[in-house]
Each structure stands twice: as structure tokens, then as C-alpha cells.
Design a protein around this ligand. Structure first.
Ligand code: MG
Length: 253
């Protein structure tokens, strides 16, 4: 009688040991599929555009070709670039323009066109630039059969990162950048605790793959971080060449 009671008492223990043994022997095969399903949070719904160039439903449209109301001159006052045929074009000497709104982490779509009439060479041909947070330049340049230093050609992170390939279209042709930007993080003492990162897709081609920025873009010398606000304007450069932009939208991340 005692033996039988002990035997029955041991059954749950043996079953448990068997389960543990089979789990360890056969990996996680005994887990139900539901054990690895995560239901929260549920991603909110975003309606994409008809084409990847169209603004999705949650984008902030910075320029749709109709007006420059989202922009101002970095010198103060209205943006003085030319507006025609759904595009805005650098007017030499009027200065850079910047968004009235500041941004941090973002996804940016922007289209640009260097002049059809080729003038100048190297850095002097179709030069402009997209400055993320007013500080970090993704170069805009006519780099179609126009050699310059590699870390200064189109789609370079100016003087920091050479693009993986040259995906430029000919001058006078619209081109796209799709940029994913992660802003730098600073602690309360102004020290950088996480650098900025950027990914750039040029005309559908990956050209910068999550590269680390070493600091703000500088023309001379080496970059180094200086603490700045979490959100800063997007800036477009007046480098003296009549480069055009259109269809600019941004998603805050
Ligand atoms: Mg530039």
C-alpha cells in the first residue's frame, strides 16, 4: 500500500521532469506558437502615397510646389528663393532657407535638380545641400561626369562619408533623396552620449547605410559635436548655383 501511494505521488514529478527534459533536448519545440506572439503596441495605421515619392498620411508637407510658407530665410524674413512650375530654386546671394519648424529624428523625402545647362566644375557645378538639423549636410551636387573629392560629391555626408555608389542622374533631371536621420543625444553637461546616424537612398539606391556622424559639417578641419536643441530646422543651402527642389515631406520619428 505504501509503495503504491509513493508511486502515484511521484507521477506529477516525473511528468514535470519529462517536460523539462524534452524542452532542453528538443529546444523550444514544446512552446505553443502563441508564446512568442506580441500584440501590444499595435502599430497605428498610415495610408501610404500612390508611389513611394508621395507623402504618406502622417507626413508634414514642407513644400508641395505652391508656396514657401513653411520656410524662412536664415538671414531673417521670408524665404527669397524663386517659385515656379511647382519647384523652388536657389536665388544666388539670397542665402540659405530653413523650415520654420524644428525636427529631430525623422524620415525625409526631398527631390532636387541641378541646372540642365552645365556651368562650372567640381564643387562649383550644381552645388547645394540639405542640412539636417541645420548642421549635418547631405551634399547636393551635379556629380554626373563631374569629378570632385569623393567625400564631397552628391550624396556624400560632406567631408565625412563617401557614398557607397554614384547614383546620379544627368543634370536637368529630377532626383530623389530618402533620408532616415537619428539626431545626436546630449547629456545635461553637453556631452554627446549618442552620435547622429544617417541613412540615404538616392534615386532608390542605398548610398549611406546608417553612418555615424562625427559632428556638424565643417568646410575646414575636423568636426566635433557641440550640444544643441533636440529639434532644429531643416536647412537648404545657397551655394550660388540655381539648384531646384520640389516635393519635400518629412515624418517625425
Ligand atoms: Mg553643398
Amino acid at each position: 500500500m505504501k509503495k503504491t501511494a509513493a508511486f502515484f505521488f511521484c507521477i506529477p514529478f516525473m511528468v514535470l521532469m519529462g517536460m523539462l527534459l524534452s524542452t532542453s533536448l528538443f529546444g523550444q519545440s514544446k512552446l505553443p506558437p502563441e508564446a512568442t506572439e506580441v500584440w501590444e503596441p499595435e502599430p497605428r495605421v498610415v495610408t501610404p502615397g500612390t508611389t513611394p515619392s508621395d507623402a504618406p498620411s502622417d507626413a508634414i508637407v514642407l513644400f508641395d510646389g505652391s508656396d514657401l510658407s513653411a520656410w524662412e530665410s536664415v538671414n531673417g524674413g521670408e524665404a527669397k528663393w524663386a517659385l515656379s512650375d511647382g519647384a523652388m530654386t536657389v536665388v544666388k546671394g539670397t542665402g540659405a532657407i530653413q523650415t520654420r519648424q524644428g525636427f529631430g529624428d525623422c524620415q525625409l523625402h526631398i527631390e532636387w535638380r541641378t541646372p540642365a545647362e552645365v556651368v562650372g566644375e567640381g564643387q562649383g557645378r550644381g552645388n547645394s545641400g540639405i542640412f539636417l538639423q541645420s548642421n549635418y549636410e547631405v551634399q547636393v551636387l551635379d556629380s554626373y561626369n563631374n569629378r570632385t573629392y569623393s567625400n564631397g560629391q552628391a550624396a556624400s555626408i560632406y567631408k565625412q562619408h563617401i557614398p557607397l555608389v554614384n547614383a546620379c542622374r544627368p543634370p536637368g533631371t529630377w532626383q530623389t533623396y530618402d533620408i532616415i536621420y537619428s539626431a545626436p543625444r546630449f547629456n545635461k553637461d553637453g556631452m554627446v552620449v549618442r552620435p547622429a546616424y544617417v541613412t540615404v537612398i538616392h534615386n532608390g539606391v542605398l548610398v549611406q547605410n546608417h553612418v555615424e556622424l562625427r559632428g556638424p559639417t565643417v568646410y575646414i578641419g575636423l568636426p566635433s559635436y557641440k550640444a544643441h536643441a533636440d529639434k532644429l530646422p531643416l536647412m537648404l543651402q545657397d551655394h550660388g548655383n540655381p539648384v531646384s527642389y520640389r516635393n519635400i515631406w518629412i515624418r517625425e520619428l
